[in-house]
Design a protein around this ligand. Sequence first.
Ligand SMILES: [Zn+2]
Length: 283
Amino acid sequence: MLRKSASVAIATLAAAAIVACATSPTGRRQLMLVSEDQAISASKQAYVQSMGQLKSEGKLVTDPKLLARIERITERLVAQAVLMRPATGRWEWSVEVIDDPKTVNAWCMAGGRMAVYTGLILKIDPTDDELAQVMGHEISHALANHTAEKMSISMASQMGVIAAGIASDKPGQAMAMAAAAAQLAVQLPNSRTAEAEADRIGIELAAKAGYDPRAAATLWQKMGALGGGTPPQFLSTHPGPEHRQQELAKLAPQMQPLYAASGTPPTHPVLIGATATSARAGG
Ligand SMILES: [Zn+2]
């Protein structure tokens, strides 16, 4: 049964949904029910929890060579992300490599918390340029606030449940629901609009970080070729518009001057590996 306070809360949320429109870096209007700060704190909770679990199961990669490779690439990309959106310099940028050879996937939550699965490394066998395109694309989803957008969409679909949670004076429960929505957000497919946006920003970040823009098209070619009976997880969360490869191939020449001018690209510190997870759990 819906109490009066709950219906008032729903009406308030609905009104918030109408006014809470934000603008993405490419100028697109976004529905924002969850603020970016809320998405970041819910994502932190979800990340620390899921990485802590994986760590206890021994499923976080500790191989120094692989971690060093991921660190080198992400530190250069994050430096460009911070130049593009200076406020993200305060984010606790971090990355973990998950030992899961069957899963071809990578993601970046709100607030710059990333994960790469070993399946992506083993099955795609990406060059550094191609790996930089994957991570640049993922970082772009966070930079353009797509996590909060997806959380908003997932929460809007269960607005009644959340409103009831808020009205029942159980903020802890509301926070747990928000963390669940944050975890769900990286498992939900992105919209085609969000994909095009992340492709566009990602290839630019990578070019400025000194990674060949031509690798964007070859990366997606490799992803597509893996398809077969079991398409990679990455393709289910990143629906591939048929023209993605062609669009990226068209963008590459525009990005070439940025790549040529990248020189010795700057880096921004990124927490990496199991030690980063325990350091983070305290703060
Ligand atoms: Zn994507």
